[in-house]
Design a protein around this ligand. Structure first.
Ligand SMILES: Cc1ncc(COP(=O)(O)O)c(C=O)c1O
Length: 384
């Protein structure tokens, strides 16, 4: 992740965190130095400043910074008092933290299928998952659409189904903060939205971090309390059971600086994705950005006929080009989630995608010459 980019033939990083670090240079050093000087390492002024900056960026009324994208999911589910007997619909093709927090609270993740061209929750499968949950005697309480690989899910279709069945919508935008759907930025779309600031994410910090976004005043107040051990007015007289889910002040200071260049980075990522798609559309299925959306390209993922990607990954590896498979197993095939109910009709698209997907290097600092090297290698391998 941290090697330097060498267009002339050396190893290429999958995500070049070091290139961004070089660009930010003193700005980050100075921001961290300010925290080291004031020593308010927990809930320092940078945390509140970051929350205000994030709110201004995406248009959400409340932003609550927290310790990770996983904690962000947990905090919202806890605030909604999701628990045993409740069903929460999750896509099967996602990173497992989405369903993990549901199960941790004793509720049941009901796994729905996704759409092949967007990798995101299929509204028709969501309908079927709600019926499945009811048939099993569970109470459908919420749906967690995931904006996979940086692309927003079909939020209007999902919101309409959720409203019809009285479900809350928790948008897991861990991979997609900065993306927009029909002119609105993620964070201001669903009842609650969460994101992750894991270093490899489009907006990442230098450790773990996350945030909750909502326009709901009561939800925001509960999440704030839950983030600090269920605190009330008196810190030592908690009003509910919570967690220690705060974001470190140093991480907030880093994120404030990174957010300043994030809009430019999104544009750069989009250009790189467009270049990939133009070059590779004749040899692979390239990602489609529909629904009047923009993507932040957490991953650039192509699809190949089953059986072809291992040879491609091996050939690219010998040329110093890394690839990744997100995800080789959908949740319903993973050991920890194999007992979770799957929507009627199963999740055949998730199964197929798990055999077809392969992600190529993607970050805002991928130079044209390096990208050309990747494109030529992919095309040569797939043609041969
Ligand atoms: C879709 C999704 N949800 C949740 C998470 C969890 O975020 P974190 O690693 O910050 O806990 C991730 C992280 O990769 C993710 O991709």
């Amino acid at each position: 992740m941290n090697q330097h980019t060498r267009p002339e033939g050396g190893p290429i990083p999958f995500i070049d965190v070091a290139a961004q670090r070089r660009r930010l240079g003193r700005a980050i050093d100075d921001a961290v130095a300010r925290v080291l000087a004031h020593c308010q390492f927990i809930q320092g002024p940078e945390v509140r400043a970051l929350e205000a900056d994030l709110a201004a960026f995406c248009g959400a009324r409340h932003v609550i910074a927290c310790a990770s994208g996983t904690d962000a999911l947990l905090l919202v589910l806890m605030a909604w008092e999701i628990g045993p007997g409740d069903a929460v619909i999750c896509p099967s093709f996602t990173f497992h933290a989405t369903a993990e927090m549901v199960a941790l609270l004793g509720a049941t993740p009901v796994l729905a299928d996704v759409q092949a061209d967007t990798f995101n929750l299929d509204p028709e499968s969501l309908q079927r998952a709600i019926a499945t949950a009811k048939r099993l005697g569970l109470k459908p309480r919420a749906v967690i659409p995931v904006d996979l690989f940086g692309l927003p899910a079909d939020h209007d279709a999902i919101a309409a189904i959720a409203a019809e069945h009285g479900l809350a919508v928790l948008d897991d935008a861990a991979q997609a903060f900065g993306a927009s759907y029909r002119g609105r930025k993620l964070g201001a779309l669903a009842t609650a939205t969460t994101t992750s600031f894991f270093p490899a994410k489009p907006l990442g910090c230098y450790g773990d971090g996350g945030a909750v976004f909502t326009d709901d005043d009561a939800l925001a107040a509960r999440v704030k309390s839950l983030r600090v051990h269920g605190e009330g007015v008196d810190k030592y007289d908690p009003v509910r059971i919570g967690i220690n889910g705060r974001l470190d002040t140093i991480q907030a200071a880093v994120l404030i600086e990174k957010l300043k260049i994030f809009p430019e980075e999104i544009v750069a990522r989009d250009k790189i994705a467009a270049r990939y798609s133009a070059a590779l559309a004749d040899v692979a299925k390239v990602p489609r950005v529909g629904n009047e959306s923009t993507s932040v390209w957490a991953q650039y993922t192509i699809r190949l006929p089953p059986g072809r990607r291992d040879a491609l990954a091996a050939a690219l590896k010998t040329q110093g080009i890394p690839t990744a498979i997100y995800y080789a197993k959908p949740l319903h095939r993973q050991r920890a989630y194999s007992d979770c109910p799957v929507a009627d009709g199963g999740a055949p698209v998730s199964d197929r995608l798990a055999e077809e997907v392969i992600s190529l290097p993607m970050h805002a600092y991928l130079e044209p010459a390096v990208q050309d090297r990747i494109v030529v290698a992919v095309k040569r391998t797939l043609a041969g």
